[in-house]
Design a protein around this ligand. Structure first.
Ligand code: SF4
Ligand code: SF4
Length: 100
């Protein structure tokens, strides 16, 4: 399923930059999730990143967009045109920073 943002959203701006699919944007009053772009982070992360960072826990699943893991994976591929292994493998350029 895609996720959605309830009216408990406090517009803290934290989730938008965390979304790997650019599925989150500011709506008329609160942030919103484009269900056609939300994969529940399948293909990128083990857990939905927006849910991880939201301070008021206002991002439940969207019952109007019931999707299987396979369908979410297909959506991911449609958005990014790559495979999961590629997207999940951390870039060496983004590796851990060595202590000074
Ligand atoms: S679950 Fe992932 S893909 Fe969906 S809106 Fe949240 S951060 Fe974006
Ligand atoms: S993190 Fe939660 S409260 Fe903050 S903008 Fe996103 S949905 Fe709204």
């Amino acid at each position: 399923m895609a996720l959605w943002i309830t009216d408990e959203c406090i517009n803290c701006d934290v989730c938008e930059p965390e979304c790997p699919n650019q599925a989150i944007s500011m709506g008329a009053e609160i942030y919103q999730i484009d269900p056609l772009r939300c994969t529940e982070c399948v293909g990128h992360f083990d857990e939905p990143q927006c849910v991880q960072v939201c301070p008021v826990s206002c991002i439940p699943v969207n019952p109007s967009y019931v999707e299987t893991p396979a369908q979410l994976l297909a959506k991911f591929r449609g958005l990014h045109g790559g495979d999961v292994a590629e997207a999940s493998t951390p870039s060496p350029l983004l590796g851990p920073t060595l202590p000074a």
